[in-house]
Ligand binder design. Structure first.
Ligand SMILES: C[S@@+](CC[C@H](N)C(=O)[O-])C[C@H]1O[C@@H](n2cnc3c(N)ncnc32)[C@H](O)[C@@H]1O
Length: 329
């Protein structure tokens, strides 16, 4: 999965963006319009005020892709805090093509780094966020033989890839996951600690916000979910076979938010909120809703429709969750 998505030459994301949006392979909340960034900016401001308006602070985004959310956040924050607030807006993008495209498009206001290493040399109070990035982190596929979990690998048969059992899954990988009847297949990630640790190292203190589709562990590894949550996306069509056209399709799986919480706690953080996107954004939206009071113009109506898409349980409001964690160090 790591190679299929992130090989610097042939990986799906190793091209200068174009994966997200109408002309791409899938939509995200960012595709709904600038309101998502505006509401997240309210959430950033809440932290900034609670943190005592630090003279120098950072907003760090992961998985920025084509920079749309970064631009929406920038526009909203400029209005809210104005220039000269001591804000450094950073995107961490390890893929050189995406990083170069981001520098070209947003270089005027955005610092683009390929890792958080340079930030760790000057840790600042920080707000770190990512929309649909945890689901894009590579995972292991495991299958039950009725007694234990076996790890699945990929073999080359002729000129086609095929699934192949590669032996018992390491105990550490499947700890806490009950063994289901034979044939139950699912996914598991063990890379949240290594993904989060460098980000924590670059914060003097602060808050993280992770937005994604997923469940707490009990719900994720549920007896009814016999085929797991692995999906591929290509031209807005979902499918389930990642071995077809690797490098040309997106591969994803839901997020085990219990695993994220465990990683956060092991890194000295504390989860303070885990909530559906709809409820959370409705909370963030108060100032925006007040600013909309009495407006009936076309632009306002468009924004109201965007708000409904982001928050209605039948649309994006219930399938996405927000997890917030705090670091006081
Ligand atoms: C599904 S896209 C998210 C797009 C965007 N955030 C949005 O909501 O429209 C996932 C992004 O995560 C990025 N990504 C994956 N692993 C990453 C990592 N370790 N650090 C930073 N970005 C990563 C990918 O390059 C890709 O651009």
């Amino acid at each position: 999965m790591a190679a299929a998505l992130y090989d610097p030459e042939e990986g799906y994301y190793a091209r200068p963006a174009g994966q997200v949006g109408r002309a791409g392979d899938f939509f995200t909340s960012v595709s709904v319009g600038p309101l998502f960034g505006r509401l997240l900016a309210e959430c950033v401001m809440e932290w900034y005020r609670e943190a005592g308006k630090p003279p120098r602070w950072r907003l760090v985004e992961l998985g920025a892709n084509d920079g749309t959310l970064a631009m929406d956040l920038h526009a909203a924050l400029k209005e809210m805090v104005g220039g000269g607030s001591g804000l450094e807006h950073v995107v961490i993008e390890p893929l050189p093509q995406l990083a170069a495209a981001l520098r070209e498009k947003c270089g005027g206001f955005l610092r683009v780094e390929d890792s958080s290493g340079p930030l760790a040399e000057d840790p600042l109070p920080s707000f770190v966020l990512g929309n649909e990035v945890l689901d894009a982190l590579p995972f292991h596929v495991i299958e039950s033989n009725g007694q234990a979990w076996e790890e699945m690998g990929v073999s080359l048969e002729g000129d086609a890839f095929a699934w192949a059992g590669i032996g018992p899954a390491p105990t550490g990988l499947v700890e806490g996951i009950p063994v289901f009847p034979a044939g139950y297949r699912t996914e598991v990630r063990d890379n949240f600690p290594e993904f989060l640790a460098p980000l924590v190292g670059a914060m003097a203190s602060g808050r993280m916000l992770w937005i994604d589709y997923g469940f707490p562990r009990d719900d994720y590894y549920h007896e009814s979910r016999t085929k797991g949550t692995l999906r591929t996306f290509s031209q807005h069509r979902a499918a389930e076979d990642p071995l077809q056209s690797p490098g040309e399709i997106d591969i994803t799986a839901h997020v085990d938010f219990t695993a994220v919480e465990e990683a956060i706690e092991a890194l000295g953080g504390k989860v303070t909120l885990f909530e559906r996107q709809g409820r959370f954004l409705t909370h963030c939206a108060r100032p925006w809703l007040m600013s909309m009071d009495g407006r009936t113009d076309a632009e306002a109506m468009k924004a109201v429709r965007a708000f409904q898409t982001l928050t209605h349980p039948g649309q994006l409001g219930a399938s996405f969750h927000m997890m917030i964690a705090e670091w006081d160090h």
